[in-house]
Write a protein that binds this ligand. Structure first.
Ligand code: ZN
Length: 97
């Protein structure tokens, strides 16, 4: 497996820790480098929400973390581009979101 410099959760956009501390897990409990553990645990998404709901959740979280609202809003703008929210057939081939 090739490790890229920076990985983001393909569901909420959170940066994935280099130490793998916040990585999600598949059914076997093996770490996956696509989703964070808050979004994806044991092969399942922890939240069954749509893209807009995810944006609202993350925006709220960022505000709780004391990011100004306009910054939070800016940060959640990239969420619809993440892999989870793409049609299943779409190949993400350049690794950039
Ligand atoms: Zn996530």
């Amino acid at each position: 497996m090739i490790f890229r410099n920076k990985k983001f959760c393909q569901s909420c956009g959170m940066p994935l820790d280099k130490q793998m501390a916040n990585w999600g897990t598949d059914q076997g409990g093996v770490l996956v480098d696509q989703y964070c553990k808050y979004c994806y645990r044991e092969g399942q998404f922890t939240r069954n929400c749509n893209c807009q709901e995810m944006q609202a959740i993350v925006e709220q979280k960022l505000v709780e973390m004391r990011f100004p609202r306009f910054v939070a809003r800016q940060m959640v703008k990239k969420i619809p581009k993440l892999q989870r929210w793409q049609p299943a057939s779409l190949e993400v081939d350049n690794g950039k979101v």
